[in-house]
Ligand binder design. Structure first.
Ligand code: IPD
Length: 274
């Protein structure tokens, strides 16, 4: 049967690819920090703002009745009247973008319900790395793809063989505690990765480039598209216990490995006072 969310995905893909071209062109011309946000390290470039405005305008043309919830304009988020909301990170991996590390992405998802990860239902998501030309997509119950290639998480592995990715928030107290968690984990796993873009982390997990990914402090736009892509590739994506993935905790891994890792990470969080 036809995928009911195909058209939404095509809109997300078209706009994310165009936004990626814009971001890459601005990067080539030179990046400038426009302001800092939650901390001096949490910056926004002029390109983040311009790319978000481009995405917002393009979505308003294609889907005038939908809501919009974007990282750089949370104060002017709009609810819409259709019951659908677009959740957008114009440039995820801003620090990589600033330094010219080719690991940033445009993340566009459309969800049913409020833009709240605990209650929303993601319908379609697209994550584009314009530097590598990688386009990750998924729609609800129809699988995840990199380009046209279907994605599957890695089969279960022993903890000692697991390549685990994570990220850090911008608040320095929290970062120190996240470092303690990492110190407790690194001896138990194959190795750790921190590429600096949460949406790519979730897509890499979906593509089998990692065995697991966890992070505390993610914002809705960081994981809306990536979490759908990971889940559609067969990952369990969740918070602690029965909670959905979100700000408190996001863990994505093949389900058996996720079940193994969750209590270990939870204990390390408790010990670190997170
Ligand atoms: C950040 C990145 C980073 C993650 C942070 C995010 P931004 O997003 O995804 O990898 O560790 O939690 O805030 O600020 O580059 O859009």
């Amino acid at each position: 049967t036809a995928d009911p969310n195909r058209e939404l995905l095509e809109i997300a893909r078209r706009i994310a690819v165009a936004a990626g071209e814009l971001a890459a062109a601005r990067r080539a011309a030179g990046v400038e920090v426009a302001a800092s946000k939650s901390s001096p390290e949490d910056v926004v470039t002029f390109a983040d703002r311009e790319v978000e405005q481009f995405i917002r305008r393009s979505l308003a043309e294609a889907r005038p009745n939908d809501g919009f919830f974007g990282e750089e304009s949370i104060d002017s988020a709009s609810a819409g009247t259709s019951g659908l909301t677009w959740v957008v990170d114009p440039i995820d991996g801003t620090v990589n973008y600033l330094y010219g590390i080719p690991a940033y992405n445009i993340s566009i998802a459309v969800v049913e319900g409020e833009p709240d990860p605990q209650t929303w239902r993601p319908l379609a998501g697209c994550v584009v790395n314009p530097v590598l030309g990688e386009v990750f997509t998924a729609t609800d119950a129809r699988g995840a793809h990199l380009g046209t290639k279907p994605l599957h998480v890695n089969p279960p592995v022993d903890l000692s063989q697991a390549l685990v990715a994570t990220g850090f928030g911008y608040n320095s107290d929290v970062r120190v505690k996240q470092g303690l968690v990492l110190a407790g984990l690194i001896g138990q796993v194959r190795d750790i990765r921190r590429i600096g873009a949460a949406a790519l982390d979730l897509c890499y997990l979906a593509a089998g480039r990692y065995d697991a990914y966890y992070e505390r402090g993610l914002n809705p736009w960081d994981h809306a598209a990536g979490a759908l892509i990971a889940a559609e590739a067969g990952a369990r994506v969740s918070g602690f216990g029965q909670a959905a993935a979100g700000r408190d905790f996001t863990l994505a891994a093949e389900p058996l490995l996720a079940a193994l890792l969750e209590p270990i990470i939870r204990t390390l969080f408790d010990e670190a006072g997170l």
